[in-house]
Design a protein around this ligand. Structure first.
Ligand SMILES: Nc1ncnc2c1ncn2[C@@H]1O[C@H](COP(=O)(O)OP(=O)(O)OP(=O)(O)O)[C@@H](O)[C@H]1O
Ligand SMILES: [Mg+2]
Length: 260
């Protein structure tokens, strides 16, 4: 059995020399990164640098051109569809824009992934899981609401509940706070930390929101020109002399990256 110290240095995702092009445009140009067990890894980078493409390649929603993608010991590029779906069960993906099904109630939105992944759950077990997921995101009373009755922040929370309801080991958050006011953004950032603590998830969080990065990051990488441009702690980024890094962090105060 591994000790908690070993756990935190164990890699759950290792990506090596990943490349991905669309027609003549090469987006990922040999990207290498690792995600440690139970860490929150923040990914920064300009719009269009390939952040969303990167996490879609991880779950094979997009096929990479070359390089390796290892998830929990599985080489994703070599798996058949059945094996791929097994690994995907471990991964929760909060999509950029995180759309709920508009014609379904909150309860139905949450039951959907649950029934797809766990076919033999009883009605009582489904109800309990839906209730627990909603409590975890602080919205137990929204169960019978339609998405159109929810605010943007509430929709994000419900999207998060829909993702965590199937107990993922790895969470991929694509711009979880975009479009929210600062208070709602901070609440979502705190929820990301709660999910990490409660479910022991290892997470990649793509964000342009530096306050979110500061709240959730154990480690940060910045993408530029299809590769990792800089990797380090929040303090490394805040203390950097690099002009590109400063364009994100220059007006921010120095704080330490939280420990896990
Ligand atoms: N399915 C696709 N087909 C063709 N081009 C694509 C596809 N998906 C992404 N791209 C292109 O790849 C580049 C990177 O896109 P991506 O969505 O990863 O950017 P991003 O870093 O997530 O940007 P943002 O911060 O705006 O979300 C863009 O030029 C985009 O047009
Ligand atoms: Mg994106």
């Amino acid at each position: 059995m591994s000790t908690s110290l070993e756990k935190k240095t164990e890699n759950v995702v290792v990506i090596t020399d990943l490349t991905k092009s669309f027609d003549t445009a090469q987006i990922l140009k040999g990207l290498t990164l690792s995600l440690k067990k139970e860490e929150n890894l923040v990914v920064l980078g300009k719009s269009g640098t390939g952040k969303s493409v990167l996490i879609k390649c991880i779950v094979r929603l997009l096929k990479s051109d070359s390089g390796t993608i290892n998830v929990c010991g599985n080489e994703m590029t070599e798996l058949n569809n059945l094996q791929l779906n097994e690994v995907r069960r471990k991964i929760g993906f909060l999509f950029q824009g995180g759309a709920l099904y508009d014609s379904m109630t909150v309860r139905e939105n949450l039951e959907f992934p649950l029934r797809r992944m766990f076919k033999n759950l009883s009605r009582a077990e489904v109800n309990a899981k839906v209730q627990e997921a909603l409590e975890n995101v602080g919205l137990p009373d929204s169960i019978d609401k339609m998405p159109s009755e929810l605010s943007g922040g509430m929709k994000k929370r419900i999207s998060l509940a829909r993702t965590i309801i199937v107990d993922p080991e790895i969470m991929l958050y694509d711009e979880p706070t975009t479009g929210l006011d600062p208070v709602s953004s901070h609440e979502i950032s705190l929820l990301i930390n709660e999910v990490q603590a409660k479910y022991k998830t290892s997470s990649i969080i793509i964000t342009h929101d530096i306050e979110c990065a500061k709240t959730v990051a154990n480690r940060i990488i910045m993408l530029q020109d299809g590769k990792v441009y800089k990797e380090g702690t929040l303090a490394d980024f805040e203390n950097s002399d690099d002009a590109l890094v400063n364009s994100y962090f220059k007006s921010q105060n120095i704080t330490n990256t939280k420990t896990i």
